[in-house]
Design a protein around this ligand. Structure first.
Ligand SMILES: *Cc1c(COP(=O)(O)O)cnc(C)c1O
Length: 410
């Protein structure tokens, strides 16, 4: 796009053109700037780049043009259609990271210090739970894990404990697809002067925009739906306080060494361009799969927020465009039947992770949440026989045929 004043009005147009800057060598696609450092034509130019708030074209741990397009694209999508307090288009700053975990480390360590507490909820991503309980706790930052569905109890925590500095929300969350109320929790946090961060990995900015409710930070494991093809690990941290993001958050990200790499950023940028198309298909397929499983005699229970039987059906409907591609279920035959089912699958892929174009099936108790004690797992609803599914964008007949044959005689 040579016309810099053109603003895309559509979601996919923004995903495709957003953040792109013309390349000095007329490359259509922003190149993979595989370089550790950048050249200064003069000493003065070097001094200027060091002194600027953006710290561009200095050293790739600090930033890189291939990261920049991707960061600006994700910021445009998380801010899509939103306005700030003054009614102007919302501005966000994104920092690309080596992984979702690295983005989380920057977030927590740049905002919290020893003596602070962080309030979060059950059912967190396994890596988040361990980061809070092992790394943060070991640095004197105490996590409090509560049921944030209970707004009265949440308010009590916020009112009575001034050491709580931040609420961390993951919605929808692994693997029972629990959702919590972004609007209500953000309003409570605001009332008591707490920061709010949201892990928006499962929803993506296409299905849910936490900045709509005034949260301070959003992060993603870009490894999942944003990349969409399972080709790279990555993470992104976004904030609405641009100065904080360009100073302390940027500094912590650079010092902790959580920078992305140009090849992964390039893959991510290409993946994001088709996010709307993919999410529409993922969500359509997931609804069909949920109805199929829900009626199948071998299935005991389906956790899917698109089914009215899910306890968070209304919260999901309120804050998400569609219920999403993720679900979990239990077989009548428990753990043994679950293992047999996974082994019977022919097309669907046996793998952890989520958000790829192919359908992924995993067993949380022995895989993604193996680092979490059985007692904590059961508290989160992760029973021994639970199976998690990230519904892909294959043709629905093939997904249903594979599930159907794998469930025969169980
Ligand atoms: C995968 C994931 C993470 C961690 O991201 P990595 O890219 O694996 O470091 C965090 N939160 C959620 C919800 C995830 O699914």
């Amino acid at each position: 796009m040579s016309n810099k004043n053109f603003t895309c009005s559509g979601w996919s147009s923004t995903a495709i053109h957003g953040g792109h800057e013309p390349d000095p060598n007329s490359s259509h696609i922003t190149p993979i700037y595989a370089t550790s450092t950048f050249v200064f034509d003069t000493a003065e130019e070097g001094m200027e780049r060091f002194a600027s708030l953006d710290k561009e074209k200095v050293y790739s741990r600090w930033g890189n043009p291939t990261f920049k397009e991707c960061e600006q694209k994700i910021a445009a999508l998380e801010a899509f259609g939103l306005t700030d307090e003054a009614g102007q288009p919302l501005q966000l700053k994104a920092l690309l990271h080596a992984s979702g975990q690295a983005a989380m480390a920057t977030l927590f360590f740049s905002t919290l210090q020893a003596g602070d507490k962080i309030l979060s909820h059950h059912s967190l991503y396994g890596g988040t739970f361990e980061l809070l309980n092992k790394v943060l706790a070991n640095s004197g930052i105490q996590p409090i894990i509560e049921d944030l569905h209970d707004l009265n109890k949440t308010e009590e925590w916020l009112r009575n404990d001034p050491a709580i500095k931040m609420i961390h929300i993951e919605t929808p969350a692994n693997p029972t697809i629990q959702c919590v109320d972004l609007e209500a929790l953000t309003a409570l946090a605001r009332q008591y002067g707490k920061l709010v961060s949201v892990d928006n990995t499962f929803a993506t900015p296409y299905l849910q925009q936490p900045f709509r409710y005034g949260v301070d930070f959003v992060f993603h494991s870009t490894t999942k739906f944003l990349n969409g093809h399972g080709t790279a690990i990555g993470g992104v941290l976004l904030g609405r306080d641009i100065h904080f993001m360009k100073t302390k958050a940027w500094k912590w990200h650079a010092l902790l060494g959580g920078n992305a790499n140009p090849f992964d950023a390039y893959l991510l940028t290409q993946g994001i361009k088709t996010l709307e198309l993919r999410m529409e298909r993922h969500c359509h397929n997931a609804m069909e799969v949920a109805h199929f499983l829900d009626q199948h005699p071998a299935i005991a229970k389906v956790n899917y927020t698109g089914l009215p039987s899910h306890p968070d059906y209304y919260i999901s409907a309120k804050q998400m465009r569609h219920p999403g591609p993720m679900m979990s279920f239990e077989l009548q035959g428990g753990l043994d039947a679950g293992k047999q089912f996974i082994n019977n699958l022919q097309m669907c892929t046996r793998a952890v992770s989520l958000g790829t174009v192919d359908t992924l099936v995993s067993h949380p108790a022995s895989m993604s949440h193996a680092g979490v004690s059985r007692e904590d797992r059961l508290l989160f609803g992760i029973t021994d026989g639970l199976i998690r599914m990230s519904v892909g964008i294959e043709n629905i007949e093939d997904i249903l045929n594979d599930l159907s044959q794998a469930l025969t005689d169980l």
